[in-house]
Design a protein around this ligand. Structure first.
Ligand code: NAP
Length: 303
C-alpha cells in the first residue's frame, strides 16, 4: 500500500494516476472526495481530511509500505511559516506514530539553504524535521521551478499579450514538468531503494530563461509577439496581494524571486543523467496551449 498526500494536486495527482494505472494499491489523501472520485472509481482508497490533523494522518499512514508527503501551498495564510510548521509537525508526528518506514518528501531546489529563499526555508526546516525521526528512510525530492507555474500567465496573455513575474527574463535556470517529478517519485515509492536520509535534485530537461519559455509558448499559441516582462519587485508584490494572496506569502514569493535572480538556487547546477528528466518546454507548451484553449471556452461560457 502506498499513501499519497496532495493526491488532487500537481505532483500527487500524477503519482496517483501512474500507480493506479500500474495496479498498485494506493490510498489518496485530500480534503475533497469529489476531486479524487476518478481514481476511487479505478480502485484507489481515499482518506479524506486535513494534513494538519495528525490523528487523522496517523490513521491514513497506518499499514503503508511508503508515503509521499508535501506541505501544500496555502497562499491565504497570514503567517506562512507558522502554517508550514503546523503541517510539517503534523506530518512528522504521523510518520513517527504510524510506523511507516519509507517516506518520499516533496522538497525544493534551494532547500539546502536556511534563509533568504522565501517559502523554501519552510521546506529546509521540514527536511531537518523528517531527518530527525529515528529509523525512518526518507528521500527528499528537490525539484526546480515547475513549468506549471507558467500557467498563471494565462490571464495576463489574454489581457495584455505578455507573460511576467518578478523573476528576470534573462536568467537561465532549471525548469521541470510536474509529470517528471511524479514519475520519479512513483518509481522510488515502489522500489523503496533508499535508506537513511538523502536528497535528490530534479532539474528538468534543460536550463532556460523565462524569455525563452515565453517564445516557445508564444509560438505554440500562434502569438509570436508574446513577450516576457520582469516586473519591479514592489509592483509584483502589490499584484499578488491584489489577486488575494496574503501579504506574508506575497513578501516571501518576492524573496524567492530575488534569490532566483541572484543565482542562489536552481541556477548553474551541474547536469547529470540522474538529475535530468525528459519533458521539454516544447512538450509542456502543448499542455499550456490546451489549458489556454480551455480558459477561452470557460470565459466564453461565463460571458
Ligand atoms: N511550484 C514550484 O515551482 C515548486 C518548485 C519546487 C517545489 N515546490 C513545492 O511543491 C509543493 C506543491 O506541490 P503541488 O504543486 O503538487 O501542490 P498542489 O498542486 O497545490 O497540490 C496540493 C494538494 O494538496 C491538497 N491540500 C492542500 N492543503 C491541504 C491540507 N491542509 N490538508 C490536506 N490536503 C491539502 C489540495 O487538495 P484539496 O484542496 O482537495 O485538499 C491540493 O490539491 C510545495 O511544497 C512547493 O513548495 C513547488
Amino acid at each position: 500500500m502506498i499513501v499519497i498526500a496532495g493526491a488532487a494536486g500537481n505532483v500527487g495527482g500524477k503519482i496517483a494516476e501512474s500507480l493506479v494505472a500500474k495496479g498498485h494499491r494506493v490510498r489518496l489523501i485530500g480534503r475533497d472526495r469529489g476531486k479524487l472520485a476518478g481514481l476511487i472509481a479505478r480502485g484507489a482508497e481515499a482518506a479524506v481530511g486535513d494534513l494538519g490533523d495528525s490523528a487523522f494522518l496517523t490513521n491514513a499512514f497506518r499499514g503503508a509500505d511508503a508515503v509521499f508527503v508535501l506541505i501544500p501551498p496555502n497562499v491565504g495564510a497570514d503567517d506562512f511559516r507558522a502554517y508550514q510548521n503546523r503541517i510539517g509537525e503534523s506530518i512528522a508526528a504521523a510518520v513517527r506514530n504510524s510506523g511507516v518506514q519509507y517516506v518520499v518528501n516533496l522538497s525544493s531546489q534551494g532547500a539546502h539553504l536556511s534563509k533568504g529563499t522565501g517559502p523554501i526555508v519552510g521546506l529546509h526546516d521540514q527536511e531537518a524535521r523528517l531527518n530527525s525521526l529515528p529509523g525512518i528512510n526518507v528521500l527528499h525530492l528537490r525539484p526546480t521551478y515547475f513549468m506549471e507555474n507558467l500557467l498563471m500567465n494565462i490571464g495576463l496573455i489574454r489581457k495584455m499579450n505578455i507573460m511576467g513575474s518578478a523573476v528576470r527574463g534573462d536568467v537561465r535556470f532549471a525548469m521541470i514538468a510536474a509529470r517528471d517529478i511524479a514519475a520519479y517519485a512513483a518509481e522510488r515509492l515502489v522500489k523503496r531503494d533508499f535508506s537513511g536520509a538523502s536528497a535528490v535534485d530534479l532539474l528538468g530537461q534543460r536550463d532556460l530563461s523565462l524569455n525563452e519559455a515565453a517564445a516557445v509558448i508564444g509560438k505554440k499559441l500562434g502569438r509570436t509577439d508574446l513577450t516576457y516582462v520582469a516586473f519591479p519587485y514592489e509592483d509584483a508584490e502589490k499584484g499578488m496581494t491584489a489577486m488575494g494572496l496574503s501579504a506574508d506569502i506575497s513578501r516571501l514569493y518576492i524573496e524567492m524571486s530575488k534569490a532566483l535572480n541572484e543565482g542562489l538556487f536552481a541556477v548553474n547546477i551541474p547536469r547529470t543523467k540522474e538529475n535530468t528528466t525528459p519533458t521539454s518546454i516544447e512538450k509542456f507548451a502543448d499542455d499550456f496551449a490546451a489549458a489556454f484553449r480551455a480558459s477561452e471556452t470557460g470565459s466564453r461560457k461565463i460571458a
